[in-house]
Design a binder for this molecule. Structure first.
Ligand SMILES: [Zn+2]
Length: 119
């Protein structure tokens, strides 16, 4: 698959409120960031799959925007074992917090965020 095709499949999934990831058919490595080759074994035998959209906070950083808004940026580890960067909405943030994917429109494009499970 070409990177452009992968990006199109990704956007289609996200437009349908599904969280895509890639699984390498050659070595089984799973990753989120769209790539035409596996970052572990360089194979191009890749499959786009959809995640259940749940996981936990692996690591995070918290900062304030110029307007004083508090923003949490985190590495999420999905149930499938994939790690990805995302913004998280949570009252109290900590490593291991259970989160789920949510989808929002941003500047005309549908994007993925995470929020506390059960929020
Ligand atoms: Zn691989």
């Amino acid at each position: 698959m070409k990177l452009q095709e992968i990006k199109q499949i990704y956007q289609k999934s996200i437009d349908s409120n599904l969280l895509p990831f890639i699984e390498c058919d050659a070595c089984g490595h799973k990753f989120f960031y769209p790539r035409a080759r596996c970052p572990r074994c360089f194979s191009n035998k890749l499959q786009v799959k959809n995640s259940a959209g749940v996981g936990s906070v692996f690591s995070y950083t918290k900062f304030n925007t110029k307007s004083g808004e508090s923003v949490i940026y985190a590495i999420i580890e999905l149930a499938e074992g994939v790690r990805m960067y995302s913004n998280v909405f949570a009252q109290r943030i900590y490593v291991g917090l259970r989160v789920k994917a949510i989808f929002k429109e941003l500047k005309g494009k549908r994007v993925v965020y995470f929020e506390e499970e059960g929020a």
